[in-house]
Design a protein around this ligand. Sequence first.
Ligand SMILES: Nc1ncnc2c1ncn2[C@@H]1O[C@H](COP(=O)(O)OP(=O)(O)OP(=O)(O)O)[C@@H](O)[C@H]1O
Ligand SMILES: [Mg+2]
Length: 257
Amino acid sequence: MSPPAETDLPLLTLSGVDHAYLGRTVLSGIGLSVLRHEVVALVGPSGCGKSTLAHIAAGVVDPLRGRVERRYTRHGMVFQEPRLLPWATARDNIAYPLRHRGIGRAERLERVRAAAERAALDPLDLDKYPVEMSGGMRQRTAIARALAVQPDMIYFDEPFTALDVALKRRMQDLVIAAGRDASFSALFITHDLMEAARIAHRVAVMDDHGRGISGERVIPGHPGERTDAELFELVSRFVTQDPLFRHIHDIDERRIS
Ligand SMILES: Nc1ncnc2c1ncn2[C@@H]1O[C@H](COP(=O)(O)OP(=O)(O)OP(=O)(O)O)[C@@H](O)[C@H]1O
Ligand SMILES: [Mg+2]
């Protein structure tokens, strides 16, 4: 049998990844891959090591042990908090990583325009400073900033947890549409199984103490094409019948406290 072509190999592969902070193990034996054009949702209870895993995958943190293979060209990151520069307008925030990469002014402006459009940011809002923006606008700006680098991989770390239900849904739709048009792959961390089911092709469930990935489920159909009834039925089945999801709660305890 001939070896798989380079384009068939996953864009991201983690194998046997372990990590510890100050001697305390937070991840052990993590194996996970993301294929080209695939969105993988990663779910698991608070504190199980999801953000640590994303940081290791993106190369921000070195794992204690294990291998990370990255076959993508560029990645973007979107976090729970938008992490915008407070002294810069939305336009300058989106352009910041481009400036960093030495991209010229004309191309920067064009990329900001295109990314802002994908993130459904009104051109008039591009002159606003973070303090003048709504929570949704800030998160759109953060998404546009990630899109502007034209990534083939995006790490989303619970980007919509702090948003209300209606806005969350709009933002999910936006990511689904952007993923389809710009065709990036993504690792999308979330607490919310409904969000995972809407946005992803596959969902990976982390063990509650970071002891690896407990299992994975392919989500039937394609993101953006599943009806609410199908999603509701699927998520109900996951939580009531599938032991893989027994420790996942659809409720984010941090929003209640
Ligand atoms: N820089 C750090 N130094 C020491 N311990 C850390 C550090 N970052 C995370 N931890 C610990 O590692 C564990 C995993 O943290 P991590 O942030 O990866 O979890 P998480 O699954 O993303 O949680 P959440 O869902 O609440 O965001 C936690 O017990 C946390 O306290
Ligand atoms: Mg986290």
